[in-house]
Ligand binder design. Sequence first.
Ligand SMILES: Cc1ncc(COP(=O)(O)O)c(C=O)c1O
Length: 390
Amino acid sequence: MSNQNLGLETQAIRTQLERTQYLEHSVPLYLTSSFIFEDAEDMRASFAEEKERNIYSRFSNPNTSEFVEKICQMEGAEDGYAFATGMAAVYSTFVALLNSGDHIVSASSVFGSTHTLFTKYFPKWNITTSYFDVNKPETIENFIQPNTKILYAESPTNPAVDVLDLELLGIIAKKHNLILIIDNCFATPYIQNPIQFGADLVIHSATKLIDGQGRVLGGVTVGRSDLIREIYLFARNTGPALSPFNAWVLSKSLETLPVRIEKHCENALKVAEFLENHPNVASVKYPFLKSHPQYEVAKKQMKLGGNIVAFEIKGGIESGRKFLDKIKLCSLSANLGDTRSIVTHPASTTHSKLSEEERLAVSITDGLVRVSVGLETVQDVINDLKQALE
Ligand SMILES: Cc1ncc(COP(=O)(O)O)c(C=O)c1O
């Protein structure tokens, strides 16, 4: 039966590429670095890509193929490749597609390491980047140059939870013949499918909500098969592949993604509503709160609001640090998208090396706190935030 007409939950659970002679119900773990050939002709034809088969686990492996196939189905993508981390996916995708002299137009607010790639590493190869203000997408076209090749954004963004109009980005990319790449990590394939709005490629850090339990690192890029072919060839030769074990874990995780995300989002909305009414909180950003500046856009393109809530604590950096010190139940951790709720204060931690001006350019104010709402009893999370705020 083709999985194309099945529901997303069924795709996440029932996509199984092959069974061994044991007819196992749950997909086994294929811990093997290579695969064998019948004879010299089989080996020649396999290397010539006349046959679709596994040769070496840096190229493909049944576990990584199953994981990629599930993400492709859930995102509505033609093809994909799985990476060891989300950053390996981001890096390899750009490097596989760009040449020296090319230009990127990116949203100003992107994940810190992605920003570092654009500012520190890509200029070494004469690849330059211009940034548009996430709150002024109408200015994007001002940054497009004759050598612009990629339009890049996250939505919602990390850590400020800004939302970009994917339909608008799709229209601009098409008009200027740009490759539109969306990092869909905060939304997951359950909440939002950027390809529907014109994205050519979608990237995920599978380390976050796709694993959802803080166990393994992983990344994946899916989308247009001609672009994935370039990415695959780059990855096959440079080696950022996802391990079969992590692929197996992530593939199992996808089976519960829809139910986990429903609960994460239900809890996050309650946390956002609580914070919005707290006197020590200056403002709250959550895509499905009416007060979010891009609420209408979020409602148009997202099924649910996600599990990340950003809020501005009154009193700036000092209050942010004190707030973290008072947290008892939630974790202080660099990860997000876990069953355990996690609280971070970017200005005094992940982004402390940036000047205030640089932080503001990427929407990180001194009092910004990011909460990744987990799956605990939500009242316990709210009580923890409440006592820390007071
Ligand atoms: C939006 C976004 N993209 C990419 C990454 C990188 O993923 P990884 O940590 O798996 O390399 C992260 C990590 O937090 C992220 O939040």
